[in-house]
Design a protein. Structure first.
Length: 81
């Protein structure tokens, strides 16, 4: 019996998360990053990198995005659709 394991890239994880949220009212960037970091604890991407990947995948798949990640640059949540 052969076991084949596919490598999960951070890009694939971001897209899979976005697709899983397709029926939701919006995608929370903060929750998505938390989920990806749980799935991939040694991920070296910054929160900003993950935010950009998630936003791009959301746009491609037509999922509204809540930019609710608290950072020094953006202190207020933003909602885009």
């Amino acid at each position: 019996m052969t076991h084949t394991f596919h490598t999960v890239t951070v890009e694939r994880a971001a897209e899979a998360y976005v697709l899983s949220r397709g029926k939701a009212h919006f995608l929370s960037i903060e929750q998505a990053i938390r989920a990806i970091r749980t799935l991939m604890p040694v991920c070296k991407a910054t929160d900003r990198d993950l935010e950009e990947l998630l936003a791009a995948a959301s746009i491609i798949h037509g999922v509204p995005v809540a930019f609710d990640l608290k950072t020094a640059v953006a202190a207020e949540p933003r909602l885009h659709s």
